[in-house]
Design a binder for this molecule. Structure first.
Ligand SMILES: Cc1cc2nc3c(=O)[nH]c(=O)nc-3n(C[C@H](O)[C@H](O)[C@H](O)COP(=O)(O)OP(=O)(O)OC[C@H]3O[C@@H](n4cnc5c(N)ncnc54)[C@H](O)[C@@H]3O)c2cc1C
Length: 380
């Protein structure tokens, strides 16, 4: 087992760390207050190649591995978790789906736009009545000549207002339940594809999360991704990979909270000494560091397995479960170490505490990760 990163991985991690420190972190508080995606920063991420990090070079991406991607996600999220989320969805959920399940024509048509950021992706699965139970999607896609006509309402769709590549899940055979789900690539701006209400959120306030309505939205039959009826399989497959990115995001949030707590504990004085001189604080910091590092190792293991082409569903579920727990625990402790100041908006840990919460919910709640892990344990 080799824990050493290669030169390219080290260089990317260092460069991303610098970008996060110099550009993202100073902007993060303002993004949270503005409650909107900073598209200028997304543009910078695109220019620097982050939106195409794992997309093969033949499609204008950088062709890097999952380990590098996940480490970059951690560093970007350490700076600003909302902005980093754009990268994760674009690569793990959209580009990976098209790479794995797309035809040559679909790859040629869509991957370059995803890689350069000209046609950023969004993942259009969740509905008001279909969350964890993704197979309960009620949106329908009915064949009409060379097209499918899609109707339905989706909620909680990240990136929707600026995305141009929509991966839409709809039922082509409602009688068949979850086996009737199919997946389509719809271009942003298509008639009948309406991006609507922006959700007002607890955290990751810089992420653009919307309702999406499909009203007689015509998508060419050639834009079906994979086979008819295989939509749920596509969704579950890409979510396995997506969880590595969310685990890395959670570790980035946790690391930022730990860094803030270490710094503050060396500055704040009570009883005539800095609070880091109290063993109670030191032990908190030790436990926080342990949580961050163990979660990091878990996402790296899952990323390594993905790069080797091995199965990684259980490992990515474990990574996400542990990392999202770590993010919430560490951010909570970091607030505690800041005392009353940690509860105030001027202090970064207040935002990190709110940003951490979502990592236990999206791309499969913690309960879902436990289902994935336990069902593997209980297999005959
Ligand atoms: C900020 C944000 C961004 C998002 N971005 C996207 C996006 O880009 N695209 C997209 O498609 N979706 C997105 N989502 C949706 C997200 O993936 C869902 O919210 C999540 O999967 C949970 O679904 P739900 O909210 O309907 O909760 P529910 O499924 O209603 O779950 C409620 C509770 O019940 C538990 N539960 C449900 N079923 C079971 C079970 N069988 N056993 C045990 N417990 C169970 C859940 O774990 C949870 O605790 C986003 C959500 C948020 C909040």
């Amino acid at each position: 087992m080799d824990f050493e990163l290669n030169d390219e991985q080290k260089a990317m991690k260092d460069a991303t760390r610098r970008f996060a420190d110099e550009v993202l972190a100073p902007a993060a508080q303002g993004i949270d207050e503005a409650d909107e995606t900073n598209l200028e920063l997304v543009g910078q991420l695109a220019e620097l190649g982050y939106l195409g990090l794992t997309i093969p070079e033949e499609y204008d991406g950088a062709g890097l591995d999952t380990v590098t991607y996940a480490m970059c996600m951690e560093e970007l999220s350490r700076g600003c978790a909302s902005t980093a989320l754009v990268v994760s969805i674009n690569l793990s959920l959209i580009a990976d789906a098209i790479l794995k399940f797309g035809t040559d024509e679909q790859r040629q048509k869509y991957l370059p736009g995803l890689a350069t950021g000209e046609a950023i992706g969004c993942f259009v699965l969740t509905e008001p009545e279909a969350g964890t139970d993704a197979g309960a999607v009620q949106t329908t896609a009915v064949r009409d000549g060379d097209d499918y006509v899609i109707n339905g309402t989706k909620c909680f769709i990240t990136n929707a207002s600026f995305a141009k590549t929509f991966l839409v899940f709809a039922s082509t055979d409602p009688e068949a339940g979850s086996k009737g789900l199919s997946c389509f690539i719809a271009d942003g701006g298509t008639d009948g594809l309406k991006v609507d209400k922006r959700f007002d959120k607890l955290g990751i306030r810089g992420a653009d999360v919307r309702e999406v309505h499909l009203e007689d939205c015509r998508v060419p039959a050639a834009n079906m991704l994979g086979e008819e009826g295989k939509g749920l399989k596509i969704a579950l497959t890409v979510l396995d990979g997506g969880r590595i990115g969310i685990a890395a995001q959670a570790v980035g949030i946790a690391q930022a909270a730990l860094d803030e707590a270490v710094k503050y504990s060396a500055e704040r004085k009570q009883f005539g000494r800095t609070i880091n001189k109290f063993q109670a604080t030191q032990f908190k910091l030790a436990d926080m560091a342990l949580a961050v590092d163990s979660a990091r190792l878990l996402y790296l293991r899952a990323a390594c397995l993905k790069d080797k082409g091995d199965r990684f569903s259980v490992e990515s579920a474990m990574a996400k479960l542990a990392a999202s727990r770590a993010a919430n625990y560490v951010a909570n402790q970091a607030v505690q170490i800041h005392g009353g100041y940690g509860y105030m908006k001027e202090y970064t840990v207040e935002r990190l505490f709110r940003d951490a919460r979502i990592t236990e919910i999206y791309e499969g709640t913690s309960e879902v990760q436990k289902m994935v892990i336990s069902s593997a344990l209980l297999q005959d």
